[in-house]
Design a protein around this ligand. Sequence first.
Ligand SMILES: NC(=O)c1ccc[n+]([C@@H]2O[C@H](COP(=O)([O-])OP(=O)(O)OC[C@H]3O[C@@H](n4cnc5c(N)ncnc54)[C@H](OP(=O)(O)O)[C@@H]3O)[C@@H](O)[C@H]2O)c1
Length: 395
Amino acid sequence: MPSAAQEPSSRDLDIVLLGATGFTGALTAEYLADHGPTGLRWALAGRNRGKLEAVRDKLATIDPALADLELIEADSGDRASLDAMVRRAKVVISTVGPYIHFGEPLVAACAEAGTDYVDLTGEPLFVDLMYVAHHATAVKSGARIVHSCGFDSIPHDLGAYYTVKELAAKGPVAVRGVVRAGGVPSGGTFHSAMEIMSRARETRAAAKARRAVERRPEGRSSKAVAGKPHRDKVLGWWLLPLPTIDPAIVARSGAALPAYGPRFTYSHYAGAKKPWNAAGVALGAGAVMASAQVAPLRNFLLGRVKQGDGPDEARRAKSWFTVDFVGEGDGRTVHTRVKGGDPGYGETSKMLAESALCLAFDDNPKTAGSVTTAEAMGDNLMARLVAAGITFETR
Ligand SMILES: NC(=O)c1ccc[n+]([C@@H]2O[C@H](COP(=O)([O-])OP(=O)(O)OC[C@H]3O[C@@H](n4cnc5c(N)ncnc54)[C@H](OP(=O)(O)O)[C@@H]3O)[C@@H](O)[C@H]2O)c1
């Protein structure tokens, strides 16, 4: 548990947002400016003061009082600047990616200082390396390190959590989640995705190292199970296995929370209503995956997509997502859906900001170390997201 010097309540800032000058960081700053509670003590952080001032000027058009918002200069490559920043905050948000390049010093600083941390990573390699290196330190300091607080993986993690509660089975439970979405990625997301796909061997090694040190629940099991392409009998759609970070995170929540029952399994898919759409998705994903393996092709594609860019407001307004869940247990089946707008950015910045507010202000279950959104915030975060317009429904 935190020492007196590290007690979050003694800190003079509720939230610090590092990466406020980036595409998703700026949207997160706007969300906090629009929806943060009265009296929220927060600051923008980044490595370039001029850019931070420009973000603050924009926020002041939402709320003139934000013209005085504090700006903190901090660089991921300068550990002392991060230490000074995290000691002042209850929660630090990071939108600085690819996280495998820039993320570790901040996770280390938060784990040591007992400062809660949220990010947007969808990079399994980063999450597993951070677990091995910093989970134990965070458990000691009391810091909650919550990765993947955006479209990766909140709708999936909290959607599975909701489905398990709706099913309320006593015996083994199997859940499948099926994603459908329309939207365009930002430059930062494209760079991070390419990075993940080009490092498959390291990713497998990091997962193995994590398994060697991670405790499993006693007398229960929780597993992510890779599915096969098939036509779903409940949904009537064509499903393709989706190897993102999400199934591992859902399985971690299943391991942490006894409500998921004695034997929990989760499979994750992309869904298409027509078989030829499913074939198109499979071909497109295969082509990007193949390009990521060939360095000259990868570098060519990365050179054409600039970090800091992303879809404009009109494009984002047309974007959407649904994640359908089918839960089976005790001879019963339940079908639920999580639904929202622009998955990559509008809803992601909302989910990230609400996660930080939830850690800073809500009465959550006592947790510490590397924890999932369901484990650390469960019902409180779900209630916040529902109030903010994301739907969780049983069909
Ligand atoms: N999983 C999801 O659902 C989801 C959704 C959206 C985004 N993301 C992830 O979020 C991350 C950000 O995406 P984005 O599109 O917003 O990226 P971006 O526009 O490129 O922004 C990156 C930010 O990182 C900052 N930065 C870079 N190096 C830094 C350093 N050494 N020290 C401090 N700050 C540094 C940049 O600052 P400067 O302005 O000074 O360059 C900028 O503010 C990516 O990893 C992306 O994959 C995930």
